[in-house]
Design a protein around this ligand. Structure first.
Ligand code: HEC
Length: 102
């Protein structure tokens, strides 16, 4: 009984921890241009992707799955992104999803 309650608690806590980390110089390997792109990508993610459903933590998918999910949203016409916006968004998602960024 107590163990079940504890398991529920752990699950609930894990469900709340949606990781959408702020880009850092470290994440950009010290490259200012990359840092600016990562910031722009995060901004696109927060602005373009939160209208219909909660934002998913970046660590939920690997690079290939993120690319597929973004393209699926485009295909279903859930979101409009210019080619450059898609590139920046995916640059952020596929970088920030590396384990280790908080
Ligand atoms: C206009 C509303 C809308 C916007 C804006 C939108 N989505 Fe979605 N999204 C949906 C709907 C509806 C589904 C469920 C579609 C389905 O599964 O058939 C979905 C599903 C998803 C899923 C799969 C979730 C799961 O649990 O399997 C991901 C990942 C996702 N969206 C990411 C994004 C990203 C990234 C963006 C921004 C580029 C975005 N969405 C913008 C409506 C939206």
């Amino acid at each position: 009984m107590r163990r079940a309650a504890l398991a529920l608690l752990v699950l609930a806590a894990a469900g709340c921890a949606v990781r959408i980390p702020e880009p850092t110089r470290e994440m950009a390997d010290g490259d200012e241009t990359v840092l600016a792109e990562l910031k722009a990508g995060r901004e696109l993610y927060v602005n373009k992707c939160s209208g219909c459903h909660a934002l998913h933590g970046v660590d939920r998918y690997d690079d290939a799955r993120w690319t597929a999910q973004v393209d699926e949203m485009l295909r279903l016409k859930k979101v409009k992104l210019r080619g450059e916006e898609r590139r920046l968004l995916l640059r952020y998602l596929t970088r920030a999803n590396d384990p280790g960024w908080k």
